[in-house]
Write a protein that binds this ligand. Sequence first.
Ligand code: KDG
Ligand code: MG
Length: 402
Amino acid sequence: MKITDAKVIVTSPGRNFVTLKITTSDGVTGIGDATLNGRELAVASYLRDHVCPLLIGRDPARIEDTWQYLYRGAYWRRGPVTMTAIAAVDTALWDIKGKVAGLPVYQLLGGRSREGVTVYGHANGETIPEVLDEVARYVDLGYRAVRVQCGVPGLDATYGVGKDKMFYEPAETSRPSEATWSTERYLRVVPELFAAVRDRFGYDLHVLHDIHHRLTPIEAGRLGSTLEEYAPFWLEDPVPAELQEGFRLIRQHTKAPIAVGEVFNSIWDCEQLIREQLIDYIRATVVHAGGITHLRRIFDLAALHHVRTGSHGATDLSPVCMSAALHLDIAVPNFGIQEYMRHTEATDEVFPHGYHYADGYLHPSEEPGLGVDIDEKLAARYPYEPAYLPVNRLMDGSMHHW
Ligand code: KDG
Ligand code: MG
């Protein structure tokens, strides 16, 4: 069997998605997510112009060899664009392998290690009472874990607080919108939020929070130690993670569990964090970290060092990525939790899928392969729309991390 076609599909059913579709000489097809929020067309071009021509004639069964060919063959390794493109190829080839074998992909990864994939949803609101109502909604839906984000008094917009409730879409204008930030105000409100959530819902619910890279290590240590009495499940992305050493300082000052990795592209971004046990959860994901093949390598390293998984699952990762993530989540021994932000109805229609939510868990599809498809006719009705993620400034106008 040979690869006879590889094409890139860009569609925007509510938000932009890039999908790679590979076809073989036997007529089997596989798809992979290639969406990089705010830089979608760079990956589309990387695939169309540089990768698709190389795939034609290759044996689709050689997943590892193809991964190494694209990784080593680029010479300039890593980076979000390259690794997202490689991820798309890798995911599509796993989809094909599953279909050829007549098995869901998780069976090829060693089979089930659990009955379902525990997920967390996003409860957010401008005010703390609004967040509490949202948490109640998730609890009623059976969720065991909820991420809480609230507005910071005095700031006009805060990360994680959007107009939509079951999904959150920060990329929405043709130029980056500008938010303002105050660490002092933020550090005052988060303990109030956690206290209110614990007061109303008790301690059985897992409560998560995303700092979205905005603090310094010592500020994160201070916040973590303040929140310890409220037993956070994790504090996510406390600081920008280019400097892995920074996490040592956080660890010295708090026992709050730390999660990081949604912007990581390879094992080299988290090798020290994992080896030195500076984090508790690794949040790298299929689409941005080199596909199923490479993410499994990261998860295996993590398993050796008491680090569990907690893959990114925001709306800007397509149902193809979510489907692939679930096959890994159900199989790996060190699974922790999976983020689950629901997609819009339009997105779900363009990407029909067999995974489903029930009682706090997501369940991967039992169909051969990944169990997700793309309706190309429908996809063509939603052309690409330029959209950027926001940028963030301090009150005096200095650029800050978003
Ligand atoms: O594209 C950026 C989003 O994926 C990110 O802001 C979402 O931080 C995020 C999360 O934890 O889901
Ligand atoms: Mg995050």
